[in-house]
Ligand binder design. Structure first.
Ligand code: ATP
Ligand code: MG
Length: 333
């Protein structure tokens, strides 16, 4: 029986954070045996809004690969590969751009939000506007049928499927499969500053490689309920970042429910809930940080993992490119 193919990935814009852990890495560990899984180090996509800082994009390739291995991604069971070294992805992207209109790209809700968030105004890098077509190339080149993404990314999968339908219609047969977006139950983790999303580029993340001191400081500075001034005051749990993190990471959810009740009634100080959260995060991150530090000593091994994974991915993506070219009846030499 063939296992369904999953494509996931991360932009190489910095080390991964506990939001990635809750939202996607934990699932990826689960998929390793039941699915054929490709993890894309998306350095080309990282450049679409980081062209001014190629050094960060380059450096982060190793950072993200280290994070994968440190959390337990096994390169023998999952394929870790590098986007910029898979030429078929770039070639398919160019081809797909002819199957989508500029108006459709501009209407994509994910792109609209991201353009606003990045403050591009009218100066949108063309590569950024077109990245949904590149993402369609990533997904289809692996013939992935399952793509785990955050809720806000679902319109990208829809756009990819539209391109797939157009290509299949032109080819007169289903050369490419459509993909299904799988949205993790965990939802997205807010930033330590209370902003809607923890992100590598937002400066509001706790990295999986954070030191004990960084974790301590991040939890101390965390946003709670601004009206909860004295211990005896009733406090708000909703929108309180400390409780949102406890929801995501506390293994004792029953104890947590009791704590929430007490906080709502009044009589529970922020210091207590922060201490509980800090202990949980220290325990979560410590083994990852230790494994990561050991792995980081052997750069040759990390390079080998990326090189071998990319080689495996190259065979797969080149085969798809040949399928598409031949299905469309383009010139072949
Ligand atoms: P950047 O700030 O450079 O965009 P990022 O932190 O948003 O980085 P991405 O590489 O864009 O990370 O996202 C990779 C994957 O991780 C996506 O599937 C995304 O939905 C998920 N993800 C990112 N941030 C969070 C978060 N705060 N909570 C849960 N999942 C997240
Ligand atoms: Mg992002």
């Amino acid at each position: 029986m063939t296992r369904p193919t999953i494509l996931t990935g991360d932009r190489t814009t910095g080390p991964l954070h506990i939001g990635h852990y809750a939202g996607s890495l934990a699932n990826r560990l689960r998929y390793q045996d039941s699915h054929e899984q490709f993890l894309l180090l998306a350095d080309t996509q990282a450049l679409t809004d980081n062209a001014h800082d190629p050094e960060k994009v380059r450096r982060s390739v190793i950072e993200v690969a280290l994070d994968y291995l440190a959390v337990g991604i096994d390169p023998a069971r999952s394929t870790i590969c590098l986007q910029s070294h898979l030429p078929a992805l770039a070639e398919l992207s160019m081809l797909y751009l002819n199957f989508v209109t500029v108006a459709r790209l501009e209407r994509n809700p994910t792109i609209k939000d991201e353009i606003r968030a990045r403050g591009f105004g009218r100066d949108i890098p063309a590569g950024f506007l077109c990245y949904p077509a590149a993402q369609a190339a990533d997904i289809t080149a692996f013939k992935a049928t399952i793509v785990p993404v955050g809720e806000d990314q679902a319109p990208l999968i829809e756009q990819s499927n539209e391109i797939v339908r157009r290509i299949n219609a032109t080819a007169g047969r289903a050369v490419l499969p459509e993909a299904r977006a799988v949205i993790p139950k965990a939802g997205r983790l807010p930033g330590v500053d209370g902003k809607a999303k923890m992100s590598k580029s937002g400066g509001n993340a706790i990295a999986l490689s954070a030191s004990p001191d960084e974790i301590r400081r991040a939890v101390r500075a965390m946003f709670t309920d601004p009206d909860h001034l004295r211990v005896e005051d009733p406090g708000r749990v909703e929108g309180n970042v400390v409780f949102t993190y406890l929801d995501a990471f506390d293994p004792d959810q029953e104890g947590l429910a009791a704590l929430k009740a007490q906080y709502r009634r009044g009589g529970l100080g922020d210091g207590k809930i922060k201490a509980r959260l800090e202990a949980i995060l220290q325990e979560l991150v410590a083994p990852i940080r230790d494994r990561r530090a050991k792995l980081a000593e052997d750069r040759a091994y990390i390079f080998d993992v990326i090189r071998e994974g990319t080689q495996r991915a190259r065979e797969r993506t080149e085969a798809t490119k040949r399928d598409v070219v031949s299905a469309l009846g383009l010139f072949e030499l």
